[in-house]
Design a protein around this ligand. Structure first.
Ligand code: NAD
Ligand code: IPM
Ligand code: MN
Length: 367
């Protein structure tokens, strides 16, 4: 069966990294005999410039008619002073909400030899393998917002709202994920101050009763921000609300060597998903062909796994990235001196080549 993939390159480095993601999908199709169709759509700043809407209806319809979405990144200084509805970022928020993608999985894996690319000491990084499970369609991002004039000057309001059912479904997702890993959930909140966090904590405690085999701990977000760089190997699954998850996941980039290494999957209840790197449009390096495509390529692996159930192909992509890194190839963000760095396209080509050399696992080989 043909899997329909909507491709939304977006702004800044978006088109450069998405090119590599599509390249990898094409090679996976050739190597494993799968069939993918690619349909491209406008999103973000480019869509504002062309049609005056960061998420044109046709793009939303395209996503709804697909099995998965591959997205690059949106945003840039050109649109930073736009009104809220005409900001590129609005497209992402709407996509996530309209498509019901409440569970955002952001794994941080440390590949062999990458310790040298991190600004942390190698011994701190030993054993790092965690995943942030970020609630993606609630919280302060989506609560009521207001800007008004008062006698004391301008006033702005953002509201942080969570319903019990929103907390429950993301908590269940986190516990389910933990069952397939090291069976530890760290629920991160600010229950010493926020009412929404107190509800969060009580709902997570209740859900935990259904998972006696999984260890649960609660951690306040400020402490977590510190522990994540003090003792990162302690963490297995971190589950947290929308904004805390946004911030903590960028922090975990430092455990992997670069923000250019972090993939993500945004899922709802079915197999449909949106896949994008955790990083943004990186306007400072856009158009130079130097962006790290690994976050996007690993997002493609997550698509193969979570939306299509192509586990072996997913592993082959991850293994290909591992082997290219192990052979010493680095994009500029990972090679501080810069002199040995290769570009976005060459990195993608090397990963593609490594996938072509993939040998089917014994379980699928006829003896
Ligand atoms: P950013 O993630 O774009 O960049 C932060 C730093 O990391 C920059 O120095 C950048 O060069 C570097 N970087 C990011 N991705 C990289 C890659 N693949 N390879 C090498 N280096 C990389 O964050 P920012 O600068 O705060 O935001 C820029 C724009 O992106 C803003 O408009 C923001 O709203 C938007 N943004 C979009 C998304 C998204 O589309 N999902 C996510 C975050 C930020
Ligand atoms: C991310 C981004 C987005 C977010 C922005 C661009 C809306 O930072 O995907 O992490 O805050 O969710
Ligand atoms: Mn972010």
């Amino acid at each position: 069966m043909v899997k329909k993939i909507a491709v939304l390159p977006g702004d800044g480095i978006g088109p450069e990294i998405v090119d590599e993601g599509v390249k990898i999908l094409r090679v996976v199709a050739e190597t494993f005999g799968y069939r993918f169709s690619f349909r491209f759509g406008m999103v973000g700043g480019g869509a504002i410039d062309r049609v005056g809407n960061p998420l044109p209806q046709e793009t939303l319809d395209l996503c709804r008619d697909s099995d998965a979405v591959l997205l690059g990144a949106v945003g840039g200084p050109r649109w930073d002073d736009n009104p809220p509805e005409l900001r590129p970022e609005k497209a992402l928020l709407r996509l996530r909400k309209e498509l019901g993608l409440y569970a955002n999985l952001r794994p941080a894996m440390l590949f062999e030899g990458m310790e040298e690319s991190s600004t942390l000491r190698p011994e701190v990084l030993r054993g790092v393998d965690l995943i942030v499970v970020r609630e993606l369609t609630g919280g302060i991002y989506f609560g009521e917002k207001r800007r008004e004039r008062s006698e004391e000057g301008e006033k702005a309001t953002d509201t942080l709202v969570y319903h019990e059912w929103e907390i429950e479904r993301i908590a269940r997702r986190a516990f389910d994920i933990a069952r397939g890993r090291r069976k530890r959930v760290t629920s991160v909140d600010k229950a010493n101050v926020l009412e929404s966090s107190r509800l969060w904590r009580s709902v997570v405690n209740r859900v935990a009763e259904d998972y006696p085999d999984v260890e649960l701990e609660h951690m306040l977000v400020d402490n977590c921000a510190m522990q994540v760089v003090r003792k990162p190997a302690h963490f297995d699954v971190i589950v947290t609300e929308n904004m805390f998850g946004d911030i903590l996941s960028d922090e975990t980039a430092i455990l992997t060597g670069s923000i250019g290494m972090l993939p993500s999957a945004s899922l709802g209840d079915g197999s449909f998903g949106l896949y994008e790197p955790v990083h943004g449009s990186a306007p400072d390096i856009a158009g130079q062909g130097v962006a790290n495509p690994v976050a996007t390529i690993l997002s493609v692996a997550m698509m193969l796994r979570h939306s299509f159930g192509y586990e072996e192909a997913a592993r082959a992509v991850e293994q290909a990235v591992r082997s290219v890194l192990a052979a010493g190839y680095r994009t500029a963000d990972l090679a501080p001196s810069g002199d040995l760095a290769i570009g976005t396209e060459e990195f993608g080509d090397r990963v593609a080549e490594a996938i072509r050399r993939h040998e089917p696992s014994s379980s699928t080989t006829v003896p």
